[in-house]
Design a protein around this ligand. Sequence first.
Ligand code: UT7
Length: 331
Amino acid sequence: MYNSKVIGVGKYLPEQVVTNFDLMKMMETSDEWIKERTGIVERRFAGEGETTSLMGAEASKEALKMAGLQPEDVDFIIFATLSPDYYFPGSGCPMQTHLGLTGIGALDIRNQCSGFVYGMATADQFIKTGMYQTILLVGAEVHSRGLNLSTEGRDVAVIFGDGAGAVVLTATEDENKGVLTSHLHADGRHVEKLWLENPGSASNPYVSKEMIDNGSVYPYMNGRYVFKHAVTKFPEVIHEALQKTGYSTDDVDMVIPHQANERITEAVQQRLGLPREKVFRNIHKYGNTTAASIPIALSECVEDGRIKQDSLVCLASFGSGFTWASSLIRW
Ligand code: UT7
């Protein structure tokens, strides 16, 4: 059995910065409301031609460069997104083309905010069994084109941003390194609390003018309901990973929660009893980038030295489904 070690991280953020003040020109909202309720100051919106797969490819190039590898060295692609270029095929396929690759498998996974952690667990299992040696794991989102940027959609629209992150995982025989444990959960009873209902094959017809008129083509979220579950599930799934491996919160060098909302991160930090500097946040800069938020955070932490050789890092997520997950990694 092998362990899966992260040997490269990368990120890509579109150039276009959209501040809370910019949003105030599109809808009735305020910088004060957004900052107080979410911690977000600005986010990025993809420009013309910037697709989910393209941004994923750019983040991947950075991750491969850090790993000292070429795209041809990758054995398998896992692509996590809720905003694929197309309903089908998945974004892993067009991303192959952007990277100049053909032939290797490309698996898209749809686990929303938990997509990257689900992807980490999936990659780890493929590596553990020896099926693949080197896997490119990507989380990327273009939310901006699917949001209702009018006052009607303001409760959801102010939260989300675009971006991409990627990691390269490779097999190691060192059992103390890499992904130590992963824990994946879902509870489909809450599907309708955070979802994009239409277009979809559950509706007949699949798409209609009525859907556009009634707003069901935009994401819906029951914010308070989601908040309440998130602040319980994040600490629960982090403790699950620690218990499985025999570590305590004191042993952890960095918790990287999915960047859902600053108030959620704050509550998680308090419930875990950790100092502020051990619970990462960058939501003020990018908003909630769903499957991309954890790999972007990893990339920033490695860049500025907050994560280094031997750091014990805990990834945790919660989101639509509901889904929640954690992964404990010895860097
Ligand atoms: O990764 C996905 C996971 N999702 C999350 O983590 C989100 C979790 N939920 C939240 O973060 C919060 O529930 C929100 C930030 C989404 C909303 O905060 P809230 O404190 O729950 O506000 P609310 O939805 O209860 O709305 C309070 C008021 C309402 O006005 P009234 O009815 O009190 O007059 C809303 O209409 O704020 C109003 N409102 C806004 N005002 C200004 C809602 N959105 C906005 C807005 N700007 N963008």
